[in-house]
Design a protein around this ligand. Structure first.
Ligand SMILES: Nc1ncnc2c1ncn2[C@@H]1O[C@H](COP(=O)(O)OP(=O)(O)OP(=O)(O)O)[C@@H](O)[C@H]1O
Length: 554
């Protein structure tokens, strides 16, 4: 069975053995294939000559039917001959490829720009030439980065000695690693370039969630580039990285051209909020204050001021760009829309549609609003909000994870329609979520999925049902802290859910009771400890729309 090709040529017959060993080793370190332990025996390399191509054509064949790639991603590499070659890619090579594709799609040359990596490659090339492998290693080829890493490992693993001057690439990696660590912390696994790539990939994923695709990677490279610039100086010759910055600018100027989306000056927003006066303050979140403002055209807006943190600056910029790209996209009726943005000096302000009726949290736990004293209204609010979250999850691949679903991020507009707010803020400042809403699986394993949002939403449903905060003081002396899951879960599971209902709404009538029961079961499924046992957001939307329909029969 044909498995993997790499391209090679003109290899002197007498060094086939060494070359084979070197390349197979390189391939294995470059593509950790999850092969069975003894599979190395099953693989043979056959070198194929090609007069025009100088680099690596190696066909690897497996002579067993058992040998299958376990391939999360298939990537098509186009060689110089436009031969399409399918190669299994792990996250590291996927990352490289994503960067490469992103760069190429910008219409630049296939030069990835990191001069030190290139110089490392040339060092390897020289070294290989000096041991008579000869040939041109085609350092400009698209997967040279990955190859450099693979060769580096292969060389170390077969201890052929010699100094391949890998320090430049390692040094480069370390610089990046240190720069990132000083900003977001954590160990990025800098040693091999390979590890670094997945380290970076994981770091970004833990911040943005989901599969990265090329754009955020691209953006990330840009900030890494800037960071390195500021740390080690010099020009890293990474044109696409700079290109990203203009990409952000383009998004912003495109948005400016759209009358629904504006770039504001600071002076305009100062005026709109009466100089950000205390009287105009409508809330304070973890990331800064929110002010109500009135624009010159009379529109009411909510203005969020990002507290800039020099250490987080680059992460914030990427986060804002990401948030911006999404929010300047199609508007959704269950999302709080972005009206505009202000970027002046160190000031970053986001201008949102004003949600006249404030947050669900305030109504449930502070104001005791009479509007919410109806089961139909509570189910309707839950349904609206679930539709907003479902829209995010189903948006496109990669799915977008909100990461901070909670009742204070569900806002109510003038018609009491619920809208999800605050998407994207977790990109702007790294947060571990809000106590009481954090998915236990994410907390324990640091694995974030769309099901983490489902968990957070389950807590919101329990708040709607019980009127209790996610964590509250319980007991006669009021001294014991209890989670709403522990409070409501046992009774819901014992079909005694009537016991836990918020008394301020009043007992449900027959149809309302059926609807509330469906909502209670949905809630308890959402807060299952394991993400795989939780429903999808689409299931939740379906259940809640059935519940509302049942309720409306009343
Ligand atoms: N667009 C808006 N319209 C009206 N009020 C808003 C708007 N955005 C935010 N608020 C009010 O400001 C409060 C604080 O919002 P913010 O999003 O900063 O913090 P949070 O949701 O409480 O916490 P976090 O910072 O973790 O998201 C909200 O609870 C809400 O009352």
């Amino acid at each position: 069975m044909k498995c993997l090709y790499i391209i090679s040529t003109s290899l002197p017959h007498q060094i086939h053995a060494l070359t084979e060993k070197l390349l197979v080793s390189a391939i294995f370190s470059f593509y950790p294939l999850n092969l069975p332990k003894d599979s190395a025996k099953l693989i043979q390399c056959s070198l194929q000559l090609h007069s025009k191509i100088h680099f690596l054509l190696l066909s690897i064949y497996s002579f067993t039917e058992k040998f299958q790639y376990i391939s999360p991603h298939h990537i098509h590499f186009h060689t110089f001959l436009d031969t399409e070659i399918s190669i299994m890619a792990n996250s590291a090579s996927g990352f490289t490829w994503a960067v490469d594709s992103a760069i190429r799609s910008c219409g630049t040359t296939p030069n990835l720009g990191a001069s030190r990596v290139h110089s490392f490659t040339s060092a390897v090339e020289n070294a290989l030439s000096s041991i008579n492998i000869g040939g041109d290693l085609s350092a400009s080829h698209s997967f040279v980065h990955g190859f450099a890493s693979g060769v580096d490992r292969a060389i170390s693993s077969i201890v052929i000695g010699g100094d391949f001057e890998a320090t430049s690439v390692h040094g480069f990696t370390w610089e990046v690693d240190n720069a990132i660590r000083s900003t977001i912390g954590g160990y990025l696994g800098a040693d091999p370039v390979h590890g670094f790539h997945s380290g970076v990939d994981n770091a970004i994923r833990s911040t943005t969630g989901g599969y990265l695709g090329a754009d955020p990677v691209h953006g990330f490279d840009s900030v890494v580039d800037n960071e390195i610039h500021s740390v080690i100086g010099g020009d890293l010759e990474a044109p696409p990285m700079h290109g990203f910055a203009s990409g952000v600018d383009n998004v912003m100027s495109d948005a400016t051209g759209d009358k629904d989306f504006q770039l504001f000056t600071l002076a305009e927003l100062v005026k709109a909020t009466n100089n950000f006066s205390f009287d105009n303050m409508i809330g304070v979140g973890n990331f800064g204050g929110v002010h109500r403002g009135k624009l010159v055209d009379g529109r009411e807006v909510a203005i969020k001021r990002v507290e800039t943190d020099p250490k987080m600056k680059w992460l914030q910029e990427v986060g804002l760009a990401y948030l911006f790209t999404f929010l300047s996209g199609p508007h959704h009726e269950h999302f709080v829309g972005l009206v505009g943005f202000c970027k002046e000096k160190d000031e970053r302000l986001l201008v949102y549609e004003y949600m006249r009726n404030g947050s669900l949290y305030d109504h449930l736990h502070h104001k005791g609003s009479s509007v919410l004293n109806s089961w139909r209204m509570r189910i309707k609010i839950a349904l609206d909000a679930s539709r907003g979250i479902e829209y995010l999850h189903g948006y496109e691949f990669p799915h977008i994870i909100h990461r901070n679903i909670k009742s204070s991020n569900i806002l109510l507009d003038a018609t009491w329609t619920a809208r999800v707010a605050d998407f994207g803020w977790t990109f702007v400042k790294k947060t571990t979520g809000t106590a009481g809403y954090v998915d236990p699986e994410y907390h324990d394993l640091n694995v974030l999925t769309v099901k983490s949002d489902v968990y957070g939403f389950g807590i919101v449903l329990l708040e709607l049902l019980t009127g209790k905060r996610p964590i509250f003081n319980h007991g006669e002396d009021g001294g014991t802290l209890l989670s709403v899951v522990d409070f409501a879960g046992p009774d819901i599971l014992a079909r005694e859910w009537m016991k836990i209902l918020d008394p301020s709404v009043g007992p449900p009538n027959v149809n309302e009771a059926k609807a509330v029961e469906l909502m209670a079961y949905t809630a308890i499924k959402c807060v299952n400890l394991k993400g795989k046992d939780r429903p999808t957001m689409l299931d939740v939307v379906n259940n809640l729309s059935r519940a509302l329909a049942i309720c409306e029969k009343s």
